[in-house]
Structures are given as C-alpha cells and as structure tokens.
Design a protein around this ligand. Sequence first.
Ligand code: KG4
Ligand code: ZN
Length: 329
Amino acid sequence: MKVLAFETSCDETSCAILKDNKVLANITTTHILHREYGGVIPELASRAHTVLILPSLRTTLKVSGVNLHDIDLISATQGPGLIGALLVGFTFAKSLAYFYKKPFVGVDHLEAHLYSIFLDYSDLKPPILFLLASGGHTDFFLMEENRDIKYLGGTLDDAAGEAFDKGAKILGFPYPGGAKLAEIADKGNPLRFDFPRAKTPPFSFSFSGLKTSLLYFVKKRPKKFIRENLPDIASSYQEAIVDMLIEKTIEASKELNTKRIAVVGGVSANERLREKFKQEFKEVYFPSKIYTTDNACMVGIRAISLFKQGITTSLDSSPYTVYPAPNEK
Ligand code: KG4
Ligand code: ZN
C-alpha cells in the first residue's frame, strides 16, 4: 500500500511517500530562518510551511515516481505541535484527500516517533520499552504485545533536547545548538567536570537543575577559561544528560521486566548516548539518524498501521496541541 505523509508540527516541512514500510521519497526542509531569533517563532514557522509544502510535495512525487492518483492513503501529523504549523500540513493533506477521494489518517506526533523504529526494524516484536527523547518531550512508553501504547511518565520540567539546546545557548552556540554541542562534546573529556544528575521518581526526569548549574558554572568563570575548555565542559554536560537517561531507563526496564529497548526522537541521534546505551543494554534499537528528528516517514508508517486497524480520520477534524496520555484517550 502506498501512503503520502506530511509532518509540519514545528520547524521542519516534511513530505514522504512510503510503499508499506519502504521509503520511496522523503523531502525534509528545516527552517533555518529561526536561527537569527535563537528559537522557533511559531508565526514564521507557519508561513514557511505555507511556502514549502507544495514544492515539497512536487519533489516527493518526482523522486518517488508515484502519481497522486496511485496513492492509497493520505496522512498528516495531527498534534501535538505548534497550532499554526500543524494547520498548514493537516489542512493541505485533508484537501488532497478530498480532491483525490482518498482515505485520510491524522497521526499523533509522539506515536509517529515511536513508529520510526519500524522503518528500519519492521519485524521488531513488542513488548518494547520506548524512550522518546526530543526537543519537546522526554517520555517513557510501553508498546504492549498487541501494539497498544501505554504512556508511563516523562520529564517534570525540560526535555532532554531542550537541555542540549539551552546548554548550547549558554555556551554560545547558535540555535538549534544541541547537535553542535554534541559535536564539540565528542572531542572532550566527559569526566573533567562534575554536573548534577537529578534524582527523580520512577519513569520521570528533570533537566532544569542541570541547565541552571551550567549557567552558574559559566557565570563564575572567566570567558577565556570557558573558551579554552569548551570541549571538556560540553562533554561533561552531555555526559550528565546521557547518564540520567540511562539510569532512568535501567530502572524502568527492571520495573517492567522488559529487556527490548528502543530510543527514538532527535536526541537519539547522539553518538555518546548510542555508545553508552549499547554498553548497558543487550537489546537496544535506534532509528537511522534521518528518522530521529521530525520527518514524514514516521507519520506514514504510523498511518498505515492505523489504517490496517480500520481507523481513519474525518475530513472535518482539526489538529490538537495538547497531548492526552495514550492510555487515557
Ligand atoms: O524529534 P525532534 O526533531 O523534535 C521534537 O519533536 O522536539 O528533536 C529535536 C531535538 C533538538 O532539541 C535537538 O537539539 C536534538 O533533538 N538533537 C540532538 C542531536 N541532534 C538533534 N541532541 C543531542 N545530540 C544530537 N546529536
Ligand atoms: Zn518530534
């Protein structure tokens, strides 16, 4: 079955066509215009999606060699995300579904991140303990044997990606600095400086104390010291984030007696994280790096699974911004 998918929840305009779990084309554009503001400006993201969405579709069709008439299913991210940004992709996709008389499926952004693992590992069998670590979320989910998704808990304050991005800002890297901080960190000594690892209840995280401790660390020292020791500072800071993610995952895996782990979302692109998770767990899976950050392929693969369960979304439905825990839906 061929699915056309759109993802416009934040600052990436992404369009993809999949044939079952095989990606035929994936055109993802990151809005670099937000860089000069040091963060995503929702209004500008919406406008950028409006400009980019049609060229993205055209290129996706061209690369895949698929004609719109031959698409079996159309899908788009329904939420959570920036409302204006979601509206662009969701309405565009619904209009195509209406015109071409195709079924439509709205996809939850977090569930799409979980399903990104099946793009590479289509035969992976649940139960799977998921750690979703992105710019907006750091959550645990359990995918049960029947593929039901149960929300287990998440961060009490900042997300792990936010900790990377805010740390990067404090250290003077341009937005979005998470990946840049990680790049510098990989050249440094992770044991040189001791940053705090928060103790939190099971299935929860806290990263705001770590970020504040970096802020004071930088304020207390001369600029020259920070500049000259940047790789070690970045590396020690990154180590604290990775250690907290690992420690809580060990705890969650023991509590649930689930040995199969998948780490997904933007932060799962982190090399140090991958290395340490592989050392710690016998069975741990990561998506290909292109599928860790926001992309339409994960939306498409989730849409197919919903469609096969007989679930479609009305063309009168709207996007949503607040995420209800999946087990409370
Ligand atoms: O999943 P994603 O694209 O967006 C959300 O749904 O939030 O994740 C983006 C986050 C950003 O915070 C970014 O800094 C972080 O993922 N990220 C990384 C790396 N690459 C992206 N964090 C650490 N190391 C990386 N290599
Ligand atoms: Zn995301």
